[in-house]
Design a protein around this ligand. Structure first.
Ligand code: HEC
Length: 161
């Protein structure tokens, strides 16, 4: 006997429920697939310099307390981000070394509609250029070191989104 349409639908539904249930559903995320990978990244000169230029006044010192409790000042930013819990998305981590797609911080700079709050840097500032988004991605992918990246993670590089 042929399977009924309902049976087939049920099989499809069970299959989908089991596989296609993304834990996070940020949307409007930019593709950085076209940006060449950067292996040679220095925290102070590249990542902290980006925070100083793009995240200043809100997360970098301006006399007040940093937005969302996130201090991106020189000397504080790495501890604030790496393996640190998100204040907005409970149970998630801001920067998971080696897993940019699982890191709240990357989602916040990469996606028009993150899972919580607005895209960073917050408006009226414009989103980061793709090269800067890719720089953050590559730094996280390479283990998010405080210092200089090396090549030990090269073989485990995730495909770019
Ligand atoms: C104009 C002010 C402003 C600028 C500039 C800004 N932010 Fe934010 N940021 C906020 C505010 C306000 C929040 C909390 C509300 C929200 O998420 O929209 C926040 C939240 C965040 C969070 C979530 C923190 C958590 O615990 O979940 C991250 C990550 C973040 N910002 C990163 C950045 C980065 C990286 C930059 C620079 C590239 C940046 N922000 C620039 C104001 C700003």
């Amino acid at each position: 006997m042929k399977k009924s349409r309902f049976d087939r639908w049920l099989v499809a539904a069970i299959f989908l429920a089991g596989t296609a249930s993304p834990a996070f559903a940020a949307s409007g995320c930019d593709s950085i697939a076209g940006i060449p990978i950067r292996w040679n990244i220095n925290y102070e000169n590249d990542i902290q310099a980006l925070f100083n230029a793009r995240c200043s006044n809100c997360h970098v010192k301006s006399g007040g307390s940093p937005e969302a409790g996130l201090n991106l000042d020189p000397g504080a930013s790495w501890d604030s981000l790496v393996n640190a819990p998100s204040h907005e998305q409970l149970g998630r981590i801001l920067v998971v070394p080696g897993q940019p797609s699982n890191s709240v911080m990357f989602e916040k700079i990469n996606c028009a509609t993150p899972n919580a709050g607005r895209r960073m840097p917050r408006g009226p500032r414009t989103p980061l250029p793709l090269t800067e988004q890719a720089l953050i991605y590559d730094w996280i992918m390479l283990g998010a070191p405080l210092g200089q990246t090396d090549f030990i993670f090269l073989s485990g590089f995730e495909a770019r989104p």
